[in-house]
Design a protein around this ligand. Structure first.
Ligand code: GLY
Length: 384
């Protein structure tokens, strides 16, 4: 599928990734990193440093480091990666007893850790963890509105009726649970949620909104919010990628054609908006200045575009694959650090347009970058 002239670039890039992961996995083996402080991984599993109820051990990104390690275990066959990854998986057990800290992001947390472990090694303890997390997610379903509730209430917001585009990456936990137990309930919930998102989040032009609020009692759509993007009606790029990649995953698990069509529609909008230099802004509708970018959006989009290319007819593949390669080459050339000055690979990620910090290290940027490069090498594993 990949062009002859790109094969050596893929090979060299994966080698550089493996070399850095060999070093940094030893260095950060007792941590679950989210970002870096002065170039060094921080540790979200360190509960003596309370980041807050929702951003300590329960922090939604705490599965990605484990996921990077499982990808490396599969790539290299080195059991040290499995050992370190299992250590992170065991630390996450605290979330189950600290129930009030959990939210819908159990898919992001347990698919790249416990479920990856089970898929790769058959570990029965991991299977139990995955099924437990799936049950917690299924319990967040609002049967009248047919959506999964995203967050728990914060200090001021009533979020009982809030669903967010990101959850398309949590529902694969439900598909897995149905595949594993042969109980269709989990898949039914996942599909009802995906249908609600298709109807209420995807705009006519192929862009998507981040948050939609439903009335939790009647299920009626109340309004949408700009969320982590620039503002209401804008187009947060990482949200576009959760939609683009998320719908193709739902298609892979269900075969429902509308999911693939929706993934393609969002992809066409995304591709049409990629700037000349291939560097993705935080929001496609942000002002020209400040021109903040988000490497995570580029990496996630690339993975989703490669998956779409795998699903479509031969003649259609090139448009998606070429766009993915363009995004990954721009990251590789401009924003990726393969050296030892910094524990992370991608240097210019942004969590939210209006947050204090922009263009810093975020672990899931690294995860999706590695995942996409391994997809190009055709040596990836099913995480989602
Ligand atoms: N899932 C939260 C985010 O994408 O920032």
């Amino acid at each position: 599928m990949i062009r002859e002239q790109d094969k050596s670039w893929v090979e060299e890039t994966v080698n550089k990734i493996v070399e850095k992961m060999d070093w940094v996995s030893d260095k950060s083996k007792d941590k679950i990193p989210y970002t870096t402080v002065n170039g060094v991984h921080d540790d979200r599993s360190d509960i003596t440093k309370t980041f807050g109820i929702d951003d300590g051990i329960n922090w939604w990104t705490n599965g990605f480091w484990g996921g990077m390690l499982w990808l490396m275990y599969h790539e290299t066959g080195d059991v040290k990666y499995a050992d370190i990854a299992r250590g992170t998986e065991e630390k996450l057990d605290k979330c189950f007893t600290d129930y009030y800290g959990l939210h819908h992001d159990v898919g992001f947390m347990y698919l790249p850790t416990a479920v990856a472990d089970y898929r790769l090694t058959g570990n029965q303890e991991s299977r139990k963890r995955g099924l437990h997390a799936a049950n917690i997610l299924a319990g967040r379903f609002n049967p009248v509105g047919k959506f999964l509730r995203a967050w728990n209430d914060g200090a001021t917001d009533d979020t009982r009726g809030w669903a967010i585009i990101d959850c398309l990456f949590n529902i694969p936990l439900l598909y897995w649970a149905s595949e594993e137990t042969n109980d269709p309930r989990f898949k039914q919930i996942a599909m009802m949620h995906a249908d609600t998102v298709m109807e209420n989040f995807v705009r006519g032009d192929g862009s998507v909104c981040h948050i939609v609020e439903f009335d939790p009692n009647t299920g009626e759509r109340v309004r949408d919010y700009g969320g982590q993007g620039y503002g209401d009606g804008s187009s947060w790029t990482r949200g576009q990628t959760w939609g683009l990649y998320g719908f193709v995953i739902s298609y892979q698990h269900t075969g429902k054609q509308e999911y693939l069509d929706t993934a393609k529609k969002i992809a066409h909008y995304f591709i049409a908006n990629i700037p000349e230099d291939g560097i993705i802004p935080v929001d496609f509708r942000q002002p020209k200045e400040p021109a903040w970018c988000d490497d995570t959006a580029a990496a996630i989009a690339a993975g989703g575009l490669i998956e779409i290319a795998r699903q479509v007819e031969e003649l259609e593949k090139e448009v998606y694959l070429n766009a993915a390669i363009r995004l990954l080459k721009a990251l590789d050339k401009n924003h990726c650090d393969y050296g030892r000055e910094n524990d992370c690979f991608l240097q210019k990620a942004t969590a939210a347009y209006h947050s204090q910090e922009h263009e810093f290290n975020i672990i899931y940027g690294d995860y999706y970058y590695i995942e996409a490069m391994l997809k190009l090498k055709r040596h990836d594993i099913c995480i989602w």
